[in-house]
Design a protein around this ligand. Sequence first.
Ligand code: UN1
Length: 477
Amino acid sequence: MMIHQNFIAGEWVGTEASKNISPSNTNHVIGMYAQGSAKDVTNAIAAAKAAFPAWSRSGILERNAILRKTADEIVARKEELSALLAREEGKTLPEAVGEVIRAAQIFDFFAGETLRLTGDAVPSARPNIGVEVTREPLGVIGIITPWNFPIAIPAWKIAPALAYGNTVVFKPADLVPGCAWAIVDILNRAGLQKGVLNLVMGRGSVVGQAMLENPDLAGITFTGSTGTGKRVALASVEHNRKFQLEMGGKNPMVVLDDADLDLAVETAANSSFFSTGQRCTASSRLIVTEGIHDRFVAALTEKLKTLNVDNAMKAGTHIGPVVDEKQLKTNIDYIEIGKQEGAQLAFGGELLKRDTPGFYLQPTLFTEATNQMRISREEIFGPVASIIRVKNYDEALEVANDSPFGLSAGIATTSLKYATHFKRNSEAGMVMVNLPTAGVDFHVPFGGRKASSFGPREQGKYAAEFFTVMKTSYTAA
Ligand code: UN1
């Protein structure tokens, strides 16, 4: 089998490789992908550093054209790329198509941003002096991405990095090298200068660690676990490096007595279980007021019975497999913890056998959970959600905000008063009214508070905050 190699200084390199296996069918090897070394990281960062002076001064039309061409090729190949994504990550094919289109939209958006960079020219406080405030590229950016959005998250980090004139060393999650390789191949053929974008696939403990230790990375943008995020932060402080972290969530969705029941059930099923619950924006705490509680539990349980868990590529699958054995074990451990803590298992909790061997787990719903239980405080990152019963809106808001995390928060209500109050008082970076907590737009800021995020927002025009550095110049005239 051909090895999909790493891409360093404009060359495909590497002979060490490992298998990329589908979680929907563990007999299916998607391909062989390179396993990079610490030396590869050193070479990649050196190449990116060497490429920076020319790329950072390249014309905006060159960057615009490359990003636009990339968007166009992603759209033209959307069927093939979606199939690759669904196979390697395990989200359903329709979910994968959505993600691939989103990646194209992101490249298209940042192609546009190359033409919209502005600065300020202002009078100085002193006479006969002019002041300019401009943004400059940051330098060599390290990009470390998770497995759950294998094309969209790389897109929303790589596109702004390049648009604003930075060079890049990109390390995708070891479980999903396929989409990463494809996107780098597309960008390369779209005309990038050598060394501007480098790909080093492999293990976090080797490749990621070597990136953290390298003083030539001017910035690291990271999406992944809270634990690894903390290591990125500590190493970055050590090297005087800018960093941006997107980490966990334990997102609440409040359901009030006055909610439209059918809509609330659809919204909760989507928030908690679609994409197998493997979204940092997934909702795992359903906070439901007394008056609707029993009806909501009954209707959501009925809904869960109708959801097919199966091979991601199969038509009619609503929920694909869990991404790998390790994550499956984590989910099962948490289901056990929930039972021991005294929550009631209302639905699911069982492993499923399907035609192809894979990591199939029923969507799992607990009731009678409290907000102090570990299943309500710790991120599980699987198709597991709990219902917490509360008296009224005030208690719902208090419980929703009582979390170490603060990424996304939702409310299902027909009341303008409560919706407005919740938007103002939710301690989350993103608030959703009568919408799932997950599934965000590509052109507006993305990010959270507390242990969920650190640093400037991602996406939209606000991405410039991280990927550029300000300069204030004074000219006597
Ligand atoms: C979404 O909900 O549309 O890792 C995106 C994650 C997030 C992305 C969620 N950074 O799940």
